[in-house]
Ligand binder design. Structure first.
Ligand code: ASP
Length: 426
């Protein structure tokens, strides 16, 4: 069953990649080899390619509010449960949130050094109404107050994501507190969550068509100038992922546990490779628990709680992609982001990480919410989607390494780490 599913996934990846290449070819032909005229400009570029490409973007947007709302409620129900585990829960949670916030900061810094979107002018491409002019500057006080919804239904209807997140978190924690008394509602949200996941898969199946049209239109409008920025975007994401995985995590591991980082990476590498090849945090849960137990010496008492929780709410790799994507889109659309905007991005991406399910591509859907939080046009997502699968694989490996490092630290702090196992050569 899983094999069949896996085959289908790979098929989709290949189709998306083929669509990307075909879109580039069509776009280049339209840009350089076809003379301007009604058929080329009005019917092909601004007609067919625009309508189908935008249709796909709208489908992606359609998913965001219900998907994030339900998965955050489910995610925060899991957090609410952590109370049962007292300090372990609190420590895990703090570590997860802190590493995600560090990850976004690393991503924004690397993004601003590599400048992936500079040289790409997407501002000429019409977007769905969001322009630089209609973005209002808000004060710090307003930004803070805006986090609290005055009417949660209005927030849901208008897609005010930060407010939706806050409301969902509160509902989730209360559901966890009420336990059996709120069984019906709990089941409703977890089933609705399943429905949204299924819908995401359906929309993702249309991705090849969407990517083809979006890329073809981009290249038809701006020609080869899109190549270099995309390559730079990829490099920036990979550099930030490597820094987080082999730098930040290893420093934290050494500082908190005194374990040798090289030995840790060597022992955990098979799990990273598994996460890389499946792009699914959820699928690595059993292997991760087993490896941490047998090779690192982490008691299953800790890992059986922290690893599934991490696979649900701790997505440092995903938030790195989102941080770099923000810089890329802002530069490509010529929108300058203030320090306050970046603070909002760190906050939203950290929360988006809780709302991202540990399956392929969901990070792209929650990316729309990060873009919305600072008024960036979601059209840029169409461009980076074509090359996302390889980045999805890399970020998933980082996502699960983050969970494992945190688990090892928490185990050490709770006297549940057997260093003699770690020091053995397995
Ligand atoms: N594929 C990622 C994971 O499973 C989620 C994502 O970033 O799309 O961890």
């Amino acid at each position: 069953m899983t094999k069949i599913k896996e085959k289908k996934k790979m098929g989709l990846t290949t189709r998306i990649f083929a669509a990307l290449l075909a879109g580039v070819v069509l776009g280049v032909v339209l840009c350089y080899f076809l003379p301007d005229g009604k058929i080329k400009n009005d019917i092909i570029i601004e007609g067919i390619l625009y309508v189908i490409g935008q249709g796909f973007i709208r489908l992606m947007k359609m998913l965001v509010v219900p998907l994030v709302f339900c998965s955050l409620i489910c995610g925060s129900m899991a957090i609410g449960d952590t109370k049962k585990l007292g300090t372990v829960g609190a420590r895990t949670l703090i570590f997860y949130l802190a590493t995600t916030a560090i990850a976004v900061t690393v991503a924004i810094t690397v993004g601003n050094i590599i400048n992936p979107g500079i040289g790409l002018d997407m501002s000429t491409i019409s977007t769905s109404g969001q322009t630089v002019e209609n973005m209002e500057a808000t004060s710090f006080a307003e930004t803070l107050l805006n986090i609290i919804p005055d009417n949660p239904f209005k927030s849901l209807a208008s897609g005010e994501m930060l407010q939706v997140i806050v409301f969902a978190l509160i509902v989730g924690v209360i559901l966890a507190k009420l336990g059996d008394r709120a069984d019906t509602v709990t089941n409703f949200f977890s089933q609705f969550n399943d429905i949204m996941m299924e819908m995401t898969m359906m929309v993702m199946n249309l991705a090849p068509i969407g990517v083809f049209c979006l890329i073809a239109r981009t290249f038809a409008n701006i020609g080869f100038s899109a190549f270099l920025p995309l390559a730079k975007y990829m490099i920036a994401v990979l550099v930030a992922l490597a820094l987080q995985c082999f730098g930040i995590y290893q420093i934290l591991l050494k500082l908190f546990t005194g374990l040798n980082p090289f030995r840790f990476i060597k022992k955990f590498f098979p799990v990273m490779a598994f996460g890389f090849s499946t792009a699914t945090s959820n699928a690595t849960i059993p292997l991760s628990i087993e490896t941490l137990h047998k090779k690192v010496g982490v008691s299953k008492k800790i890992s059986s709680f922290t690893i599934p929780l991490g696979a649900t709410i701790n997505m440092d790799g995903t938030s790195i992609m989102q941080g770099v994507a923000v810089v890329f889109a802002a530069q490509a659309f010529g929108i300058s982001l203030s320090l306050m905007d970046y603070v909002v991005v760190v906050g939203t991406a950290t929360l988006a990480s809780i709302g991202t399910a540990g399956v392929p591509s969901v990070g792209l859907v929650t990316l729309t919410m990060v873009f919305n939080s600072v008024g960036l046009p979601v059209e840029a997502i169409g461009l980076i989607m074509g090359i996302d699968r390889i980045l999805d694989m890399a970020r998933t490996a980082v996502n699960i390494t983050g969970d494992a490092v945190c688990t090892t630290v928490v185990a050490h702090q709770n006297q549940a780490l057997d260093k003699s196992v770690f020091n053995q050569d397995n």
